[in-house]
Design a protein around this ligand. Structure first.
Ligand code: HEC
Ligand code: HEC
Length: 283
């Protein structure tokens, strides 16, 4: 083999390797883009579920708005990326996704001047846990993506690629076994009730109210009002098993989330706190 021939083979090999790497690189880019799109799709899907649960009562099934309750959200003037006359008119200088994120997270404790004459019955509630509302940041994000989904044309989804960490899946416990899972003596000590109160204030107060009366701002407009935990006549027929079921499985159709994130101990602590006005601690 001549030296020239060897050099030629060498060059051919190098070119082929570069070409393969290049093609593979493009495929990888496409794969990432697809993964990102799938992820965005899932976020929008989750957002649609939350929207149905928490928002349609005031903003309508497809964000078309309900007179006297909430403004339409599927409006071009709010969502169009190129020209957002509404955002300009209210002097918002940030992006549309930021505007939605902020509004949904913090709510509008006071009516804005723009909607002052609409005569809405209730305020836009606070939704993010960061502001004392009921939803996690990823749930707020999913709602932002869902609302943006109504934007005209292609709207790049504002999702970060990060794999959500699902909590451990608890093994279902038969009802008769549930009472055996109470991890402390009943009636509970004051220390247990205090811990229950802390859990309540962070997670439940927004909807169930500061005085446990079911009158928190987060439950404004839910299909069913939360019960008054201080109404002892009604509470007398609401036993520990039903109470446990309501907390762990929620009543999603009525706006009560399922609390899967708590340990068994946390669940029982917050239950005991909710039962403390009527002292109905024992099975
Ligand atoms: C109790 C009724 C009610 C519920 C429930 C509600 N909203 Fe609202 N929302 C309002 C009202 C009223 C306004 C207008 C407030 C104002 O600016 O005066 C509003 C405003 C908004 C705005 C700003 C619109 C604009 O033109 O400035 C967004 C975005 C929004 N809501 C999203 C949501 C989402 C998402 C949910 C569900 C998580 C939700 N809302 C649940 C009543 C509600
Ligand atoms: C987003 C609002 C919201 C949050 C946050 C919330 N709840 Fe509820 N909850 C509701 C609504 C609405 C109902 C009424 C549904 C029903 O009666 O079926 C309810 C009902 C309940 C009930 C009674 C079910 C019945 O049959 O009367 C219990 C118990 C309860 N919630 C516990 C909790 C606990 C504990 C937390 C916090 C860890 C919590 N909730 C957080 C909205 C909420």
């Amino acid at each position: 083999m001549s030296v020239q021939f060897k050099i030629l083979i060498g060059i051919l090999f190098t070119v082929a390797t570069i070409a393969i790497l290049f093609i593979y690189g493009i495929a990888e880019d496409q794969r990432m883009a697809l993964a990102q799109k799938n992820f965005a799709g899932r976020s929008i899907q989750a957002g649609a579920d939350y929207f149905e649960r928490y928002c349609i009562v005031c903003h309508g099934e497809h964000g078309e708005g309900i007179a006297g309750k909430g403004p339409p959200l599927n409006r071009t003037d709010l969502l169009d990326l190129k020209s957002t006359p509404y955002l300009k008119s209210i002097k918002w200088n940030g992006t549309t996704p930021d505007f939605l994120r902020n509004t949904i997270a913090a709510g509008r404790p006071q009516f804005s001047a723009y909607y002052a004459n609409e005569g809405y019955l209730d305020h836009m509630p606070t939704w993010s846990q960061d502001y004392g509302g009921p939803l996690r940041p990823d749930q707020v994000e999913a709602l932002v993506n869902y609302v943006l989904n109504w934007a005209p044309g292609e709207f790049p989804p504002v999702v970060e690629i990060k794999t959500p960490t699902p909590g451990p899946t608890p093994t279902p416990i038969p009802p008769e076994e549930i009472l055996k899972t109470i991890p402390f003596p009943v009636p509970p000590s004051q220390a247990i009730l205090d811990e229950g109160k802390t859990i309540y204030e962070t997670n439940c107060k927004a909807c169930h109210g500061a005085e446990l009366k079911g009158d928190g701002p987060g439950a404004v407009g839910t299909p069913k009002k939360p019960r008054d935990f201080a109404d002892c006549t009604a509470m007398a027929t609401f036993d520990l098993i039903q109470h446990h079921d309501a907390v762990v499985n929620g009543r999603p159709q009525f706006g009560m989330p399922a609390w899967k994130k708590f340990s068994n101990e946390e669940v029982w602590k917050v239950i005991m706190y909710e039962r403390s006005p009527c002292k109905l601690f024992e099975p």
